[in-house]
Write a protein that binds this ligand. Structure first.
Ligand SMILES: Nc1ncnc2c1ncn2[C@@H]1O[C@H](COP(=O)(O)OP(=O)(O)OP(=O)(O)O)[C@@H](O)[C@H]1O
Length: 216
C-alpha cells in the first residue's frame, strides 16, 4: 500500500503555516526523503502523520494509507512504525523482551512468539544476545534491535526521524543499508527526515524540500 500525502499543511494555532502545502506519493518498498531548514517543521510533519501532533497545531489536507484517510484515526489505529535518532529500547526489559513487545497481539502462544523473536534476533545479527540488558549493546546493535522491534509490529508504513544522525560514519553506512534493505523487503512505504545528502541518495526515492512562501 502506498502512502499518499495531499496538500498537507500544519499551522501553529493563531499563527502562519509552518511550510508550503505538501503533496507526496510514496510507493510501497520505497523511501522518500524530506529535507529542509531547521525549524521548518519536518519532525512536526512526522508527528502529524503518526497521529502525535501537539494540540497547539492544526492540520489541513489528507494522508492516505491502506485506502483510507488516516488523519482522524487514533495513533494506534494507523499502524505506522516510528524510528528515531535514539534507539528507544525499554531499559527494564531484556533485548528479547524488547523485540517481543513489538509482536502483534494476534500472534498467540509462547512458542510462536519466541520463534518470531528468535528469527528477528538472527536477522539483526543479535542471535545469542536476547537475554542481555539493552544498555550493554553497542550503538549499532541497539539501532538494529529497535528497527526489528518496530518491524515485528508489522507497520503499514514507517517514519524515520534522523535515524542515523548519532552514529559515526562507518556504522551509519552499515545501519542505513540494513534499515533500507529491510524496508524494501517488507514492501512498505517509508518517509525519512534527514539533513544528510548521503542518506537521501542511499534512500533512492523522491526527495522533497519543505519550504515557505512558494506559490502552491
Ligand atoms: N509543541 C510545540 N509548541 C509550539 N511550537 C513548537 C512545538 N514543537 C515545535 N514547535 C515549533 O515548530 C516549528 C517546527 O519544529 P520541528 O521540530 O518540526 O522542525 P524541524 O524541521 O524538524 O527542525 P530540526 O531540523 O531542527 O529538527 C519550530 O519553529 C518549533 O520551534
Amino acid at each position: 500500500m502506498a502512502l499518499d500525502i495531499t496538500r498537507l499543511s500544519i499551522r501553529h494555532r493563531g499563527g502562519a503555516a509552518l511550510f508550503d502545502p505538501l503533496t507526496l506519493h510514496v510507493a510501497p518498498g520505497t523511501i522518500a526523503t524530506v529535507m529542509g531548514p531547521s525549524g521548518i517543521g519536518k519532525s512536526t510533519l512526522l508527528d502529524a502523520i503518526g497521529g502525535h501532533l501537539a494540540p497547539d497545531f492544526a492540520l489541513a489536507g489528507e494522508v492516505w494509507l491502506n485506502g483510507k484517510d488516516i488523519c482522524r484515526l487514533r495513533p494506534e489505529d494507523r499502524h505506522i512504525g516510528l524510528i528515531f535518532q535514539d534507539a528507544l529500547l525499554f531499559p527494564h526489559l531484556s533485548v528479547a523482551d524488547n523485540l517481543a513487545f513489538g509482536l502483534p497481539q494476534y500472534l498467540r502462544g509462547r512458542t510462536a512468539r519466541r520463534a518470531a523473536v528468535a528469527a528477528a534476533l538472527e536477522k539483526a545479527g543479535l542471535a545469542g544476545l536476547g537475554d542481555r540488558d539493552p544498555a550493554t549493546l553497542s550503538g549499532g546493535q541497539k539501532a538494529r534491535a529497535a528497527l526489528m522491534r518496530t518491524l515485528l509490529s508489522e507497520p503499514a508504513a514507517l517514519l524515520l526521524d534522523e535515524p542515523f544522525s548519532k552514529l559515526d560514519d562507518d556504522l551509519r553506512t552499515e545501519i542505513r543499508r540494513f534499515t533500507f534493505d529491510h524496508i524494501r523487503a517488507r514492501d512498505i512505504p517509508a518517509l525519512l527526515v534527514t539533513h544528510d545528502r548521503g542518506d537521501a541518495e542511499s534512500a533512492g526515492g523522491t526527495v522533497v524540500g519543505l519550504g515557505q512562501g512558494n506559490p502552491a
